[in-house]
Ligand binder design. Structure first.
Ligand SMILES: NC(=O)c1ccc[n+]([C@@H]2O[C@H](COP(=O)([O-])OP(=O)(O)OC[C@H]3O[C@@H](n4cnc5c(N)ncnc54)[C@H](O)[C@@H]3O)[C@@H](O)[C@H]2O)c1
Length: 375
């Protein structure tokens, strides 16, 4: 397929900036999807970029500037740490590249807005993780809700509580710095799901705490190194949506009892428990009452490929000259919600969420990132 205004045709060229822990999950998929071609991997650490390029048979690796000068790179997948997201996005936009960025969008509303405005002016797209909400798991649940299976959705409860990622991540410092912590690191999965169901948030409040001012890296070459904890490591948040619906959410790195992916939505006619919003698969369960015969599994439909799904959908939208299905506005609104929760924790008040969001449609069941549609 050829884009009428750019004249570009065939699979879309993709470059990576950031070759750390999460790059494997993206690369495993993006080197296989027929509608994209990974052409370059860049990192501040050139050896790390080269190692990932070799591992996934990507032809080129090098510096960020070399990547941005490469005309074959049309979309940059920004997998740097949160503090670098906006700066890297702006460089990519200035070089005329579309951007898929990992979450969160940026560290502040202002820098996220600066990225969005620069992208609009340059005529390029910026989309931001998570793409897990495009996976068959969450999409199946969203379709059941949109089909009226629980009546009108009214309230939600979500829970993510673990001991903390310093137990498994070899460079976990950024996960305890501004732009992360359990709220900003895990919140995007849960909050993107909630706004897909309830629409925009209107106001939030919350409580936050941390048990320790430092933590210790448990694995990898830096094992034993102590580092600072800059943000709350336990957050309890309440959200009221414009619709009048509400949600209570726990985001915690302070629990020896791990509970991940707990999302329950109560409606006028029933309750649905959704699968882990940090995954692309998993079952939804419909409860129309407490008796066993009133509880049914909702059969999963749709693709479950994993990270990179959003990059692929973006690539197809670019070639087809149409809008993306999961636009950057979702991540802008989710960032606003998370910053508002942080402000509410500080001020011990309710904080109004000023941004809003257009309704989000469920994806067509038949859409599959593994299909070749562009050649
Ligand atoms: N690790 C996970 O399980 C996971 C899961 C989902 C999302 N994410 C998100 O992915 C992003 C990266 O996480 P990670 O775990 O891979 O981190 P990481 O620390 O393992 O890797 C980050 C890489 O980015 C590079 N980098 C940093 N700043 C750069 C810059 N300005 N220019 C070029 N390269 C730069 C670093 O050298 C490093 O190789 C974060 O936003 C994180 O929230 C991570």
């Amino acid at each position: 397929m050829t884009n009428a205004s750019t004249g570009k045709t065939g699979p879309v060229g993709v470059g990576f900036i950031g070759a750390g822990v999460i790059s494997d999950q993206y690369l495993e998929n993006l080197v296989k999807f027929p509608d994209v071609k990974v052409v370059f991997i860049a990192d501040l650490d050139l050896a790390r970029a080269k190692a990932q390029a070799d591992k996934y048979s990507v032809a080129l690796s090098g510096t960020v500037d070399e990547l941005l000068a490469n005309a074959d790179v049309e979309i940059v997948v920004n997998l740097t740490i949160p503090a670098a997201h906006a700066e890297v996005d702006l460089k990519c936009i200035a070089a005329g590249k579309h951007v898929w960025s990992e979450k969160p969008y940026a560290l502040s509303r202002e820098s996220a807005r600066e990225v969005a405005v620069a992208a609009d002016k340059a005529g390029v797209l910026v989309c931001v993780a998570p793409d897990t909400i495009m996976g068959g798991g969450i999409q199946t649940g969203l379709r059941a809700i949109q089909d009226g299976k629980i009546g009108t959705p009214l309230t939600a409860m979500t829970m993510f509580q673990v001991g903390g990622p310093e137990s498994w991540h070899p460079s976990p410092e950024f996960l305890f710095a501004k732009g992360a912590g359990p709220l900003m690191d895990m919140g995007p999965y849960y909050l993107s799901t909630l706004v897909s169901i309830f629409g925009p948030a209107a106001r939030v409040t919350g409580t936050g705490s941390k048990s320790r001012d430092t933590r210790v890296i448990a694995t990898g070459p830096k094992a034993g190194t102590e580092f600072p904890v800059e943000v709350p490591t336990h957050v309890g948040a309440m959200i009221e949506f414009e619709s009048g619906a509400s949600a209570q959410c726990i985001f915690s790195f302070e629990s020896a009892l791990f509970r991940m992916g707990f999302v329950e939505i109560n409606g006028t006619e029933g309750t649905i428990s959704l699968p882990d919003p940090n995954m692309f698969d998993g079952d939804s369960e419909l409860h129309l009452g407490p008796e066993p015969e009133q509880i049914t599994k909702v059969e999963l439909t749709g693709p479950t490929h994993g990270r990179g799904t959003g990059v692929l959908e973006m690539a197809q939208a670019i070639r087809e000259g149409r809008k993306v299905r999961i636009p950057g506005e979702i991540a802008l609104h989710v960032l606003d919600i998370m910053i508002s929760i942080s402000e509410a924790i500080e001020s011990k008040t309710w904080v109004e969420v000023k941004s809003t969001l257009a309704p989000i449609e469920a994806l067509p069941v038949s859409w599959d990132p593994a299909d070749a549609t562009l050649s």
